[in-house]
Every structure is written in C-alpha cells, then in structure tokens.
Design a protein around this ligand. Structure first.
Ligand SMILES: [Zn+2]
Ligand SMILES: [Zn+2]
Length: 333
C-alpha cells in the first residue's frame, strides 16, 4: 500500500456469526493524542474469534485485530512519544479513563471505562488504523513486522499470566498456540520446566512444544509425571480448570489467561483444597508492556507465524477455530 492513497481497506464485522466483509473508507485524520498507522501486520488472536463468533460483545460494526504492527503516517501535533515514520505496536488496551478506582490503584487493566482495540474501537484487520499514542509501544528492531505481531497480545497478556503464576519452577501450559509458544521460550530462558498439554492425540502440537524446549508434552487428559507448581490455561475450555487443579501441587495457582471460556464443570472441593488457587487474567497495563518489551531485548524469542493476505481474514479465523495454526496467524495487508 502506498502512503499516497487516500482510502483504506478493512475487514469488518457487521454481525457475529457472519464472515468479515471488505470495506473501503477514507484514511482518518488524527485527532488530539492520536496516530494514524499504515498497518504492516496484524495477528489473529483467539479473542478475535470470540468477537467474530459472538462469545463476547463489544461495538458493531467493528474492525477486529489487536496485535497491530505498522508505521506512523501522520500524528496529532500534541503527540510527543513517537515520530512520523516510526514503527509501533498497538495492543488490546486502547484507552483507559485515568480516574476510576482501578486506574488510581495502578490496575488500569480493570478500568471501569476502557476501550479495547478491535472490540470497542476499530482494530488492525485493515490497511490503516488509528490509535491513542499513549497506549502504543515501540517494537524491538530484532523482530520482523509479522514476527512481532503476536507479541502484542499472545506474548504480552501471556507474560502477565506468567507473572501471575509466580516463580513456579514446573509450570504447565494448557493449550499450545500463539501465547504458549512465546511463553515457553521465556520460561525456559528463565530456567523453568514447561509441561505442555495439548488436545488429546494432537501429536503435531506435542512435537512443536518439545521443539521449543518443553520438558514434557502430552494430552490435556493426561497426568504430568510430577505435580506442577503452577498452570496457565490458554485454551477456552472450562473443563481444563478442574483438570489443571488436579495436576498442580498444594498451594499452587491455576491461571486462566483467556477472555472467554466454556462453563467450568462442577468439581469436588478437595481439588481446590490445600490452598490451591484459581485466578483469571484480564487485559494488560501499559506497565506490563514496558516490562515485556524490555525483557524481549534480553530473551531470544522467535515467533512462528503463518501469514495470510488481509482479504483472507475469514480463512485465517477458520483455521484458528479448527486448531490448524502452528504458532500464530498473522494478516498482512
Ligand atoms: Zn479507569
Ligand atoms: Zn488477543
């Protein structure tokens, strides 16, 4: 796409359950605090699937996509943090109110009046997008555009989940997609042992997990060889909560990293007993992003991506839904 063009293309959701539709509209002019970005790549996250399938409801119509990498083509006069031409990343957290209880406590991920990219404000399944400059990040030079995209949510919210899991030595990951494949590399670099739980019988994902340094890989219906010190559930499957509680030791945490899950089946209290703990992780703070990208300057993370043209967004979503993506799916305009 040339910077000279005056219109942008996007894949827009009009109604949950329907395929995204290609739309064309004028490239916006940046309002105060905003930057206009020519998108180079945008990751396809499971949350996008939840939006498209109607599992969660934001604004409609909406352009999904919250793992955006691109270059600034114009910005408001009051933007000081970036320059035109600079590469930036746009994450899920698009705006916060700055004055609610949670914002004042430094827990802006829980803000009462937030905006989320690709959910309540238009996202990156597009040739261009607009973002609030104060919520964007600079991207380390060591990553290509497509390779950087999954860092913006899978990596970043995955990293928040890893921190919530505490300093567990033996950690289990349930669901081995975009987030787990990034987090495994960080956890192994930190000297932890990673146990990968995949869909029963999915040998390809088991091999993928082992190739990234997992100590063990097996089906989510299996018991790990040793009790785990913590587990993170990335898959949107509520039945994994009691399964993970049975796989962890006394006092361990089970972290639910996704925005949506099927219902959690009832389970005996003894599985929670002994101070085991279940906690969800919601969104991110800008501080999470700063810590995460600072860490990536030290950890040699390599992301595995499958790219699709922007106009094949529906195909990419279908493959993610079917579990056919190794690593992360990324749209390239
Ligand atoms: Zn707030
Ligand atoms: Zn996401």
């Amino acid at each position: 796409m040339s910077n000279a063009r005056s219109s942008m293309l996007a894949m827009q959701l009009h109604r949950p359950g329907d395929p995204l539709q290609l739309v064309e509209r004028p490239i916006p002019v940046p309002a105060p605090g905003k930057i206009v970005i020519e998108v180079s790549a945008c990751g396809v996250c499971r949350t996008d699937l939840h939006v498209v399938d109607g599992d969660i409801c934001g604004n409609l119509p909406i352009i999904p996509g919250h793992e955006i990498v691109g270059r600034i083509i114009s910005q408001a006069d009051d933007v000081r943090s970036f320059n035109v031409g600079q590469r930036v990343g746009v994450p899920w957290l698009g705006h916060t109110c700055g004055h609610c209880l949670y914002c004042s406590l430094g827990e802006e991920n829980l803000c009462d009046d937030p905006q989320f990219t690709g959910f309540t404000r238009d996202g990156g399944f597009a040739s261009h997008t607009v973002a609030n400059a104060n919520y964007c990040f600079a991207i380390p030079d060591s990553f290509g555009d497509a390779e950087a995209a999954p860092l913006l949510c899978a990596g970043l919210i995955g990293y928040r989940s890893l921190r919530m899991a505490g300093d567990a030595q033996r950690i289990g990951f349930y669901g081995f997609g975009a987030a787990a494949h990034i987090l495994t590399q960080i956890a192994v670099w930190q000297g932890r042992e990673v146990y990968a739980f995949v869909k029963p019988g999915d040998r390809r994902s088991e091999d993928f997990a082992r190739s990234l340094g997992c100590s063990w890989a097996g089906g989510s219906d299996q018991t790990p060889p040793l009790p785990l010190d913590a587990a993170i559930i990335f898959a949107p499957v509520g039945a994994l909560v009691p399964a993970a509680l049975r796989a962890v030791r006394k006092g361990a945490r089970v972290i639910c990293a996704g925005i949506h899950m099927s219902d959690i089946p009832s389970f005996p209290y003894r599985d929670l007993w002994h101070e085991r703990c279940v906690r969800s992780v919601a969104n991110l703070t800008r501080s999470d992003g700063e810590k995460f990208f600072a860490l990536l300057a030290k950890v040699p993370v390599e992301t595995v991506v499958t790219t699709f043209p922007l106009q094949s967004a529906n195909e990419a979503l279908g493959k993610l839904r079917a579990g056919e993506i190794e690593g992360a799916a990324v749209l390239v305009p």
